[in-house]
Design a protein around this ligand. Structure first.
Ligand SMILES: *Cc1c(COP(=O)(O)O)cnc(C)c1O
Ligand code: SF4
Length: 350
């Protein structure tokens, strides 16, 4: 009996990896699949050299056939605009470097971010890591042992965040082992996973994942990265419901992207669809100013005006915090939504 279960597990685990291996990596074949004319596409396809294309089939199935401006397609399709180099857009906008040893970032007092695994299931054209994709290696046993020592020695840390790349690219046996050792440290209360993988490949939320994550004695938080309502497929929503039933807190972070989700209608639909799926909108990030992604950028005033409209339309609990990441700050920086805060401040009239 145990053997049969073990065998089933293996089959289940292989499903998402097989599906991942069948991803689109050639923009022309993706366009053909979507029945979009690719005759004028050569200059755009060149942008693959800057950052390879990678799109799982599930994500492609959610795109509208024949629509060159589909909001999901725009996030992943190479574009000649990526060659533009306007001032202010740099290779490494967050100057991210490890602060507590290789693969461990301890910027914010109570929580550490652990780079569990490089590489992602999807390559998002707007990604701030596009010029420095981490290697596809998982954290080694020795590196992880050093991280455990660091966590144990720093009692102000109460939360560990699995990040990447995408941490769910790692094997469940590896993740389960790490989660168990982290749970053994008495001052750690929470385990959080930041991932986009289930959005582009819902099969990743399989029984092998469920077995270690949903049953961990820690408070469990899954932060998804959904940018558009169309990304919330039935398959994804069903699997999230199972996690929710097991007491996992589901949150979402999105990035504000011109052409993708830059209207109050798009944001409203996203928040509504997330909440329907039991996921709380958590953060809406402004774009990190990375070279090659300038065509996705919006000005702060555009972002503020958009959020002001969303706040009018939806209950406060459904509206994510608009944040921007500024190097050296003790946390994400909330964007002040008043268009001209100083002029409107009563202190100014004193
Ligand atoms: C974003 C981030 C966190 C998590 O921040 P929260 O505001 O708690 O979501 C932790 N560490 C690093 C380095 C981060 O960039
Ligand atoms: S999944 Fe996240 S880390 Fe990976 S390419 Fe997309 S935005 Fe970047």
């Amino acid at each position: 009996m145990a053997q049969i279960i073990q065998k089933n597990r293996l089959t289940v685990e292989q499903n998402w990896q097989k599906e991942l291996a069948m991803s689109f990596t050639d923009p022309i074949s993706l366009l053909q699949y979507l029945q979009i004319d690719s005759s004028d596409f050569a200059a755009d396809a060149e942008a693959r050299r800057l950052f390879p294309m990678r799109v799982p089939r599930h994500f492609a199935r959610l795109m509208e056939k024949g629509n060159r401006h589909d909001p999901l397609l725009l996030q992943v399709l190479p574009d000649r605009k990526e060659f533009l180099t306007p001032p202010g857009f740099v290779l490494d906008p967050l100057s991210e470097h490890d602060t507590a040893g290789r693969g461990l970032l301890h910027k914010y007092n109570s929580r550490v971010l652990m780079i569990v695994r490089g590489g992602c299931a999807v390559n998002c054209r707007y990604c701030f890591r596009r010029h420095f994709p981490y290697s596809d290696n998982s954290l080694s046993k020795q590196e992880f042992a050093a991280h455990i020592d660091y966590l144990a020695a720093n009692s102000q840390i109460n939360e560990v965040i699995f990040s990447g790349g995408d941490p769910l690219m790692a094997k469940d046996t590896h993740l389960a082992d790490m989660a168990r050792q982290i749970a053994d440290i008495s001052h750690i209360k929470r385990l959080r996973i930041h991932t986009r993988l289930p959005v582009v490949l819902p099969e990743r939320l399989d029984s092998a994942f469920f077995d270690w994550f949903a049953t961990s004695p820690l408070q469990r938080i899954l932060v998804l990265h959904v940018n558009h309502a169309n990304e919330l497929s039935t398959e994804l929503v069903n699997r999230l419901a199972t996690l929710k039933q097991a007491g996992v807190t589901l949150l979402n972070q999105a990035v504000l992207l011109r052409g993708v989700n830059d209207t109050a209608d798009a944001q409203e639909a996203l928040n509504e669809a997330l909440f329907d799926a039991g996921v709380m909108p958590y953060y809406l990030h402004t774009l990190d100013k990375v070279q090659g992604a300038a065509h996705f950028d919006m000005t702060l005033d555009e972002a503020r005006a958009l959020m002001a409209e969303v706040i009018k339309r939806q209950p406060g609990f459904m509206v994510p915090k608009l944040v921007t990441e500024i190097g050296g700050q003790p946390g994400k920086t909330p964007v002040d939504l008043r268009l001209h805060p100083l002029e409107q401040s009563p202190i100014n009239h004193a």
